[in-house]
Design a protein around this ligand. Structure first.
Ligand code: SF4
Ligand code: SF4
Length: 375
């Protein structure tokens, strides 16, 4: 059996159209018992991508709707942080390294891609560990790792920091932009105009943090939550589990993605995070605003690795607003849909993004543009 066939064997069950149809039928039956319309927010951009790619939004009954949430670390990064990366990339003998789509997000001076076109040494890596190799190969340069991501990627940055200290590497610094999931969810729910009735909880984040981080949403806010895997059968089954909770008058945190997620999560990774990071007092989320204790920074004892401390004289701290036509903020809060944006697919396309939701492959606007089924 070829490798491709073996892999197909592994995922086919999770993409099987017959299984998806069977769940759609069950959802239809549950929806008839609902006494009102239900809006279900998928927090994570990976789920938005699955919903659009497999057209799951098109097989829902009229009274059940997906709304898209703030769960893409690229989309929520405010312009001023991107400007930091741009400024750092422009310094003599600096190599600026980041992950994937971050390189394309426009800041107020341009994107990191633009900085590279002007001669800056900007590179992207698939794994933070690759940064170590670049630092070792370039001892005369200062390598800056622009670290982004939710609870998912934070342990990878922590592991990289541990390696830097262990190997006494002097030319690798960190710009930490790691954010956490429960805090923005709380902010969205505290807004009295929110339209959220239940959540599909993130997959990767929950592998690290465990499903326990969502208990307050069921207990205090009375919103059912199901942690879902990323395959279409995972998402549609999670939706069915949520509707069953409504009809059975339950309000719980359940885990559909039980092949990877436990209640406690990965405690070793949590300890590693705890060792190197502490909470920032505030962090500004693009489109949402300041959220208290929603992001991490290096602990003071590691400030010698913190590029925001080392280069503080050249890094501005003023807030920079988004393009005035961009409604990413409302999209990230689940209050608007990409098709509500006047410039969607016109002035704003993946090749010419005006806002971050059109840049990241996990962004709602990029998913709507790519899969196009609401155009
Ligand atoms: S990193 Fe994983 S869990 Fe986090 S937003 Fe992306 S896909 Fe979702
Ligand atoms: S289509 Fe572009 S401008 Fe409109 S909300 Fe999305 S990213 Fe912002």
């Amino acid at each position: 059996m070829s490798r491709e066939l073996e892999l197909k064997e592994l995922y086919f069950g999770f993409r099987n159209p017959q299984t998806i149809k069977a769940y759609a039928k069950l959802i239809e039956e549950e929806s008839k018992k609902l006494t009102r319309d239900v809006n279900i927010m998928e927090v994570c951009g990976g789920h938005t991508h699955t919903i659009m790619k497999y057209g799951l939004n098109q097989i829902l009954p009229k009274n059940v709707k997906f709304i898209h949430g703030p769960g893409c670390p690229v989309c929520v990064m405010p312009k001023e942080r991107i400007d930091h990366a741009y400024i750092l990339a422009g310094q003599k003998d600096v190599i600026l390294i980041t992950l994937g789509d971050m390189i394309k997000v426009p800041g107020s001076h341009g994107s990191l891609q633009d900085a590279r076109a002007k001669g800056a040494d900007v590179r992207f890596v698939y794994s933070p560990a690759d940064t170590l190799k670049i630092a070792l190969q370039n001892p005369d340069k200062t390598v800056v790792f622009f670290a982004i991501g939710f609870e998912t990627t934070t342990p990878m940055t922590a592991a990289l920091i541990e390696q830097v200290i262990k190997n006494d590497i002097k030319n690798l610094l960190f710009h930490i932009n790691h954010v956490t999931v429960p805090e923005p969810m709380r902010v969205l729910l505290d807004d009295e105009t929110n339209k959220i009735d239940a959540f599909i909880g993130p997959a990767h984040v929950s592998v690290i943090s465990g499903s326990k981080i969502y208990d307050e949403f069921a207990q205090k806010y009375k919103k059912p939550l199901v942690v879902s895997g990323f395959e279409p059968v995972d998402v549609i089954k999670s939706l069915y589990m949520i509707l069953k909770q409504f009809n059975e008058k339950r309000c719980e945190v359940e885990v559909e993605y039980s092949r990877s997620v436990t209640k406690e999560g990965n405690t070793e990774a949590q300890k590693l995070n705890e060792k190197f990071f502490e909470r920032r007092e505030h962090f500004r989320w693009r489109g949402i605003g300041d959220i208290s204790k929603s992001a991490l920074k290096l602990r003071d004892e590691y400030s010698w690795l913190d590029v925001e401390a080392v280069y503080k004289d050249i890094l501005p701290d003023q807030k920079i607003d988004d393009h005035k036509l961009c409604i990413c903020g409302d999209i990230l809060k689940g209050k608007a849909n990409p098709k509500d944006c006047k410039v969607f697919g016109k002035a704003c396309k993946p090749q010419t993004p005006l806002g971050s939701c059109m840049v990241s492959s996990e962004g709602a606007c990029a998913a709507y543009y790519k899969y196009g089924n609401l155009l």
